[in-house]
Write a protein that binds this ligand. Structure first.
Ligand code: AMP
Length: 306
C-alpha cells in the first residue's frame, strides 16, 4: 500500500558540535519520504519556491518518491535554521521562515485522495487538517512540534481530533498533555483524538502508549551522531513505511514498525541532511533490525523464594 505525506520541504542551516551546513535540503516531508521509500511507494504534498532545483529534485527522484503533487511557486522555500549543543536531543531553533508555505492551499490529485496511509508531517496544523479532510485513508498518523503547540494550539486541537496515531517527542508530549510525567501526559493525549501515541525519546529510544498497552525500545547505540535533524521524521518514515508495506496495523506489526523506524532514524543521524540515507542498503537495514532486536531481548525467569 502507498503513503501520502504532507509536510515541509525546506532548506536548513544546521550547526552541531561536529560541523555546520548552510541551506541543505531538509524538511519533515523530505526526511519522511526518503526513509519510507525503502518500504513502499510514497507521494509528497508540499510547496517549494524557485530555489528548489534539479539537485533537490534528485533527492526525491533517486528514491522514486512521487513529487507530482509537489507544487512549485515563485518565492522562497520554507527555511529553518537550528543549532544543537552537546545534548543532541535538544534543537535550538534560530530562525523559521514559512515563505511559500504561508499561502499554501493543498489541492490533491485524484490519486492522492485515495492513498490508504496518510502521514501529516510537521507543518501548520491547519494545513494538516486541510489535507486530512481530502483523503479517505485507512490509517492517519501525525507529528507536530513546539512551534505549533505554542503558536496555534486551537488548530492543533482540531488536527488531533482527526488522527489515529500521534508521533511526537517527549517534550512535545509533556506540553500537549500538560503534565510533567510522561505516562500521565500520554493518558491525557489519548483523550484528545489519537488512539495510539508514539513518543520519540532521542538517544533513549521510543515509548508507545494505547489505552490498554505499553511498549518501549532503546535507540540503536551509535558512537557517532553527526546531525540529529530529521531523526524524528525518518523514524516516522520507517514506521509508516513498514505498516503500509505489510498493510498491517495489529500490535505485533506496530511493534516491528517501531524497530524499523528506530533503524532508519539511526542511519539518518550518522551524517548531515539526507547524505547517509542516499546510499543506504537493505542489508544494512536488516542487519541493524536484528541487532536492535537482540539488544533488548531477554528470556523469561522466575525467582524461587529465598
Ligand atoms: P526533526 O525530524 O524533528 O529533526 O525535523 C527536522 C526538520 O523539520 C528540519 O529539516 C526542518 O526543516 C523542519 N522544521 C523545523 N521547524 C519546522 C516547523 N515549524 N514546521 C515544519 N517543519 C519544520
Amino acid at each position: 500500500m502507498s503513503i501520502l505525506v504532507v509536510g515541509s520541504v525546506a532548506f536548513d542551516s544546521v550547526k552541531t558540535p561536529f560541523g555546520e551546513r548552510d541551506r541543505i535540503l531538509g524538511g519533515s516531508a523530505t526526511y519522511f519520504s526518503v526513509a519510507a521509500s525503502f518500504f513502499t511507494k510514497v507521494r509528497v504534498v508540499a510547496v517549494v519556491g524557485d530555489d528548489f532545483g534539479p539537485a533537490e529534485e534528485a533527492v526525491f527522484s533517486d528514491r522514486e518518491v512521487d513529487i507530482s503533487d509537489l507544487e512549485r511557486v515563485s518565492g522562497r522555500s520554507f527555511y529553518w535554521s537550528g543549532e544543537y549543543g552537546y545534548d543532541l536531543n535538544v534543537a535550538e531553533t534560530r530562525d523559521t521562515q514559512l515563505n511559500v508555505f504561508a499561502d499554501f492551499k493543498p489541492k490533491l490529485s485524484a490519486d492522492a485522495k485515495e492513498t490508504p496511509y496518510l502521514f501529516l508531517g510537521n507543518i501548520q496544523p491547519q494545513l494538516q487538517v486541510e489535507v486530512r479532510e481530502q483523503v479517505g485513508a485507512k490509517l492517519v498518523a501525525a507529528d507536530t512540534m513546539n512551534y505549533w503547540i505554542n503558536n496555534t494550539p486551537d488548530e492543533l486541537g482540531e488536527m488531533l481530533k482527526r488522527v489515529d496515531l500521534l508521533i511526537i517527542n517527549d517534550a512535545e508530549a509533556r506540553e500537549i498533555g500538560k503534565e510533567a510525567n510522561l505516562v500521565r501526559a500520554a493518558r491525557r493525549i489519548l483523550t484528545m483524538g489519537p488512539t495510539r501515541l508514539v513518543v520519540k525519546r532521542g538517544e533513549y529510544g521510543v515509548a508507545m502508549f494505547t489505552g490498554h498497552s505499553y511498549f518501549a525500545t532503546p535507540a540503536y547505540p551509535l558512537e557517532e551522531v553527526f546531525d540529529p535533524t530529521g531523526a524524528g521524521d525518518s523514524f516516522a518514515g520507517g514506521f509508516m513505511g513498514y505498516l503500509a508495506a505489510t498493510n498491517a496495523t495489529d500490535e505485533a506489526a506496530v511493534r516491528r514498525a517501531i524497530i524499523y523506524g528506530s533503524v532508519m532514524a539511526s542511519f539518518n543521524v550518522e551524517e548531515f541532511g539526507c547524505e547517509r540515507m542516499r546510499r543506504l542498503t537493505y542489508d544494512e537495514i536488516n542487519a541493524r533490525f536484528r541487532e536492535l532486536r537482540a539488544f533488548s531481548h531477554f528470556e523469561e525467569a522466575e525467582m524461587p523464594p529465598f
